[in-house]
Design a protein around this ligand. Structure first.
Ligand code: NAD
Length: 338
């Protein structure tokens, strides 16, 4: 039997396993613990969480033998873990990455965003590179088959020229906007900012949502709009191309592909058809992410989302927030808005 890769997990909350608690056993994993378990090539042996009840419930649900309240309690056994998964609150990721590096794992799998501040993320990415520790970041759509397929179709010209992109997100430029920025960077390559709107505090005081305009290297305009986190979760995108319109709804839970066809009524006109809806049954992103980690460690496969990718997204997010605050020093606090 092949040796399983040993995993230490930090922060036993929703992304660690909580989101899976109400799902049937056979459902695709939404959190790290289930993803590691379903894969079969990993052994989650230890976890850290200062909340005793949370930690013990997590250990019991996912059969994790060793649990600790903090890094200081963990035996400092260098090389004991192949993978360290970081699912703690974003504000402690930077220190968790440094503590993880001291144990010399082969790979760190960090929840997004890598840290709250670009300089900390730069430090983490360069420290991992210098110490030859792989850093994977869970910008989950990098592992989405729909996104991978769409990227390929766009690159191969199946949709013709891209005319424009409209995207909308809420709950923080860094918290959720970084997912959108990573998706846009993945699909369209280098982006630069052409306009920045107003910072709106719709959930996190320190992480306002901001609307902005960007452009691809070919000059394709991208409108990044905001919604309000207290209304409902929103993460959607529409890509207008020469041959039709592609729409991603509900974070990628639904896709619509409309193509242009000659009008039956109006000669000489092309109109969009009703198109085809694609509704994947659950998201295989985390399952695929964990398989990618395993392949990276056992077969030197390239990681689909690295610290460098996350750094590129966070750089744009931070620039947008800084420009917004420079223009309007008081972020608009719309949390109480009716
Ligand atoms: N990839 C995604 O789409 C996605 C979705 C949700 C959350 N996240 C990210 O996952 C991370 C965790 O979010 P969550 O929703 O699971 O949060 P959560 O609050 O559900 O869980 C965080 C856990 O960390 C524990 N914790 C607090 N301080 C700690 C410390 N110093 N060391 C170790 N553990 C500590 C808490 O007790 C809690 O159990 C965040 O960085 C968040 O941005 C990513």
């Amino acid at each position: 039997m092949k040796t399983k890769l040993k995993v230490l997990l930090i922060g036993c909350g929703n992304m660690a396993g909580g989101y899976d608690l109400l799902q049937p056993e056979e459902a695709l994993p939404l959190g790290h613990a289930k993803a590691f378990r379903q894969h079969g090539g990993f052994e989650l042996t230890s976890c850290i969480d200062p909340d005793t009840a949370q930690r013990q419930a997590f250990q019991s649900r996912w059969q994790v033998t060793h649990g600790y309240a903090c890094w200081q309690d963990l035996p400092q056994d260098v090389g004991a873990f192949d993978v360290i998964s970081i699912c703690s609150p974003t504000g402690v990721h930077a220190q968790d990455i440094q503590a993880a590096l001291a144990l010399k794992p082969r790979l760190i799998f960090c929840e997004k965003p890598v840290s709250l501040h670009l300089v900390q993320t730069q430090q983490a990415v360069s420290d991992c590179a210098r110490q030859q520790v792989l850093l994977a970041v869970n910008h989950s759509r990098r592992w989405s088959p729909q996104v991978q397929q769409l990227k390929q179709q766009l690159a191969q010209g199946e949709w013709g020229a891209v005319r424009s992109v409209s995207a909308v997100y809420n709950k923080g430029m860094l918290n959720n906007g970084s997912h959108m920025m990573d998706l846009l960077l993945n699909l369209f390559g280098t982006l630069h900012i052409t306009h920045v709107g107003q910072a709106v505090v719709d959930f996190f005081d320190a992480d306002p949502s901001v609307d902005a305009c960007l452009q691809t290297a070919d000059g394709v305009p991208i409108q990044l709009n905001v919604a309000h986190a207290h209304d409902y979760a929103l993460f959607e995108m529409q890509i207008v191309t020469e041959k039709g319109v592609i729409t991603m709804e509900d974070g990628g839970a639904r896709w619509r592909f409309r193509t242009a066809k000659p009008s039956a009524q109006l000669p000489g006109y092309n109109f969009l058809n009703d198109g085809e809806w694609v509704t994947p049954q659950g998201s295989p992103a985390l399952r695929n992410a964990v398989a990618n980690l395993h392949d990276a460690l056992t077969r030197s496969a390239a990681l689909a989302c690295t610290g460098i990718h996350a750094l590129q997204a966070q750089t744009l997010c931070e620039q947008i927030q800084q420009q917004a605050v420079a223009k309007w020093p008081q972020p608009h606090d719309r949390r109480e808005a009716a």
